[in-house]
Design a protein around this ligand. Sequence first.
Ligand SMILES: [Fe+2]
Length: 298
Amino acid sequence: MGKFEEYIHDFIEWNEGWKSYLQSEQIDKSEEIWSELDRLAEIMENIKQPDQMNDNELLKLQAQVDDLHHHMEAYFVNRTPIGTIFMKEPMVEAGEHSLPPLPYPYHALEPVISEEIMRLHHTKHHQSYVDGLNKAEMKLKEARTTGDFSLIKHWSRELAFHGSGHYLHTIFWNNMSPNGGGAPSGKLLQDIEQYFGSFEAFKQQFSEAAKAVEGVGWAILVWSPRARHLEILQSERHMLLTQWDTIPLLVLDVWEHAYYLQYKNNRSEYVKKWWEIVNWKDVEQRFLKARQLMWKPF
Ligand SMILES: [Fe+2]
C-alpha cells in the first residue's frame, strides 16, 4: 500500500471511529456533524488513483481534513458533560445578562464587610452594570440592523464599562468566602512563589497596587496564557475600553506606526484593505482554544 493510500485508509478508520462514538452518545442524526463526516468519507472513497493526484488537489484535501478536525473539536468543546448526557452550553444572547446570585448570605462576610454594603453593592451597583451591559449590547445590535454606527464610540465605551463591571463583580463575589483567608495551596502557591518570590511579596505588591489605583478601580491578579506566568495589574474604573474576563481573538493595530508610511492619515482605507489579509484559520484556532475555558454564564 502506498503512503497516500495508507493515509486514506487511516482517515476512513478515523471517520468510522467518530461515527460509532457519535452513535454511542446518541447524537441526533440531524446534527451537522454527521453530514460532515459523511461528506469527507465520500470524497476519500472516490479517490481511485491517489498516485495521480497533483499537489493542489492534495493540499485542498488536506485543508478539508483540517477543517473537519477543527469542527469536531469545536463540536465537543461546545458540549458540557452533565452526568452521562451531553448538552450545549447556553450562550448569553445580546441583552440577556442577569445578576448572578451571591454564593453566601449578605451578612456572611461580616465583620470584614457589612451586610448593608453587600446588599447595596450587589443589588444596586452590580445590577446597574448588568442593565448597562444589556442596554449597550442591544443598542449595538440595533446599529448592526440599521447600519447607523454614529454612536459607536459611546456604546463601545458603555459596553466596556458595564461589561467589565459585571464580569469583575461576578468574579469578586466568588473570590470571597466567610471561610476565606490563609494562603493558597498547590500549583497556585507554587506559581506565586516562583514568580513573585514569596507569598508575602505577592501580597505586598497586590496591596500596594490596590492602594495606589488612580481614582476608582481594581487590583487584579491575572494569568497570562502567553507568558505563562501570573501578573498583578491595576484597572482604572473597570476597564479603559476593554472588557475583563475576555480573550482577544482578532486584533487590528490602528496606531499610526502601523499604516502611516503607506496610507498617511487614511486610516479607513487601511482598515478596508486589511480584511484582505486576515488569517481566519488562526482566529479559528484561538477561538477553539479560548472556548475550552468555560465559566458559568451570567
Ligand atoms: Fe463594585
